[in-house]
Design a binder for this molecule. Structure first.
Ligand code: NPW
Ligand code: ADP
Ligand code: K
Length: 511
């Protein structure tokens, strides 16, 4: 599914009106009708609605909604912000229709707040049609005072048309204040701000409304970003052939599991098996073999040179060259810990032509010299959480969080890698500038070990021969779905190992 910026939305809108010939007033009518249907679905009996309209086309949608609710027997009260002179032709048309029908309408000014408040308190629904994709810069008066009143006085529920007013469409920022919506009905498709904080926290339930722009037109115009879902990659998830054997499904080497962190490497390995890889080898510091051995059944074990602290040591194994040919891909990082002479250690591993997923301390080693990536031609996926991304960029977590899409895109482009910037709505960026957002967020995953599971899933797909983009996308989706499925009682109680158990059920959900 397409994910829109404000400009992409405007371009699609203009193309549909000017080139396809569907009049803007028809699109506005469709938008208003879809939002009204959503209100009536949730509140089938006539009630009381306060409709807040701005001076742009978002306000125009509001006038359509007011008319349709009024026609359905609702008691409506329209509050107008913005001047009539600046209205677009479509908005003005719908404003005049409301006037001719003599719907109750008032122009909002700060001194009228006290007459609005009782209506907000009595309303079953308050419709925010103040500002949509056309908002620019900090809110001008009287929007701030109006929004503050809505957030304070509304007792029923708030529905935002397209975006909660006050939220910047492309980056989710809020300069002053924004409408706290219970439901946001986004027209045509989702917008970036529905997934980026802080704006995303103001969206409530997100509903997408089809306003009659032909799918083929939307496809042709495209967007630079999409939502992650099975339609992006499911063609690669083929049924397991009855003629296959373990070698057919790839061999993954997972490097990690220093002293005290063996659980991480184990979870990655088991997650990889559950994702269908044929064979997993766990490479751990030599002395950890005896501890790991009894608790791991399916994986092969390989002891790596270590230092006196039980950490990966100065060098990679002497027989690395001959043995490395067996592996189809590597996952480096789960429970890796510190590595003496780490820069040289990671350099040697990155030098090869294995597809690699790098996580956790693997990323911290990379941070010592990210330019190592530029010498690689094999697929590479980095799976940083915001803290790791900040270390790679030598910046703060706040900066990374503020510019999530830009950071992921820039890094992917500069270093020619696929970046999986984790978080509640993980952003995936590929070197060619494409981006995806994981639309559903499973808070059950906010627990130690989740990242190791994701690394194992992605590693398995790389070992099975998937491209880095498809492995990253399918990996993030399967991980999130498994996280949701693992919630059998409370999302507080889910363990990373429960998530692993649900990978098979998540695969079953791919339709
Ligand atoms: N896409 C589609 O297919 C369709 C889109 N549709 C709808 O159109 C919406 C986009 O409409 P849009 O472009 O007219 O912009 P919109 O969000 O109403 O804002 C412009 C208004 O806000 C004002 N304003 C701006 N910044 C401000 C600030 N900081 N503080 C205060 N005021 C500010 C600005 O004032 P001005 O700067 O011009 O004085 C102007 O009055 C979209 O979200 C969707 O709902 C549907 O009708 C169906 C088809
Ligand atoms: N609230 C949330 N919603 C969705 N996914 C989440 C949430 N919190 C964490 N996750 C996911 O869980 C994983 C955590 O990874 P990470 O921080 O590396 O954990 P660890 O290193 O402890 O295993 C990431 O894939 C992240 O996207
Ligand atoms: K709005």
């Amino acid at each position: 599914m397409h994910l829109y910026t404000a400009q992409e939305m405007r371009d699609l809108d203009q193309y549909t009106i000017q080139e396809v010939g569907i009049p803007g007033v028809v699109l506005m009518e469709n938008a208003g009708r879809m939002v009204t249907e959503e209100i009536l679905r949730r509140h089938p009996h006539p009630g009381r609605a306060v409709i807040l309209t701005g001076g742009g086309n978002n306000g125009g949608d509001g006038f359509v909604i007011a008319r349709l609710l009024w026609g359905a027997g609702w008691d409506v009260s329209v509050w107008i912000t913005g001047t009539q002179e600046k209205m677009s032709a479509e908005t003005a048309t719908n404003y005049h229709v409301c006037r001719r029908l003599q719907l109750p309408m008032e122009h909002f000014t700060s001194d009228k707040g006290d007459s609005l408040s009782p209506l907000l308190q009595q309303a079953d629904v308050v419709v925010d049609a103040l500002l949509g994709t056309g908002v620019k810069g900090p809110l001008r008066p009287p929007y701030g005072a109006l929004i503050e009143r809505v957030n304070r006085d509304t007792k029923g529920w708030v529905l935002a048309v397209d975006t909660p007013s006050g939220v910047e469409t492309d980056n989710g920022s809020i300069e002053t204040i924004a409408i706290r919506a219970d439901v946001t009905v986004s027209l045509v498709g989702p917008k970036w701000c529905h997934y980026l904080r802080p704006g995303a926290e103001y969206v409530g339930e997100l509903v997408i409304a089809d306003i009659g722009i032909p799918k083929e037109v939307a496809r042709k115009m495209g967007t630079s970003a999409r939502l992650n879902g099975p339609e992006e990659w499911k063609e690669f998830f083929l049924p397991r052939s009855r003629w296959s054997h373990k070698g057919t499904h790839g061999h993954l080497l997972v490097l990690g599991g220093s002293k005290g962190m063996l659980g991480a490497v184990k979870m990655s390995g088991v997650a990889a098996y559950r994702t269908g890889v044929g064979l997993v080898t766990l490479g751990v510091p030599e002395s950890q073999l005896t501890t790991l051995g009894p608790s791991i059944t399916e994986a092969l074990l390989w002891g790596w040179p270590e230092d006196e602290l039980g950490q990966f040591g100065n060098d990679i194994p002497v027989d690395w060259r001959e043995r490395s040919n067996r592996f189809k891909a590597m996952a480096i990082g789960p429970g890796l810990g510190k590595v003496s002479n780490g820069q040289e250690w990671i350099r040697q591993l990155l030098q090869g032509d294995h597809p690699i997923v790098l996580d956790a301390d693997g990323l911290n080693l990379l941070a010592l010299d990210p330019s190592l990536l530029k010498e690689r031609s094999a697929p590479t996926i980095l799976t940083p959480h915001p803290g790791e991304m900040a270390r790679l960029l030598n910046t703060s977590v706040q900066e990374v969080e503020r510019f999530r899409p830009e950071v992921a895109k820039e890094w992917a482009h500069t270093y020619g890698v696929t970046v999986v910037l984790k978080g509640s709505h993980t952003v995936i960026a590929t070197p060619d500038g494409r981006q995806w957002v994981q639309p559903k967020a499973s808070p059950a995953l906010a627990k130690a070990g989740s990242g190791d599971v994701l690394t194992g899933i992605i590693g398995a797909l790389l070992a099975r021969g998937w491209t880095s983009a498809t492995a990253a996308l399918a990996g993030v989706w399967l991980h999130n779905s498994a996280g949701e499925l693992a919630v059998t009682s409370s999302s507080h109680s889910v363990l990373a190992t429960d998530v692993i158990q649900c990978i098979g059920d998540a695969i079953q959900l791919i339709d």
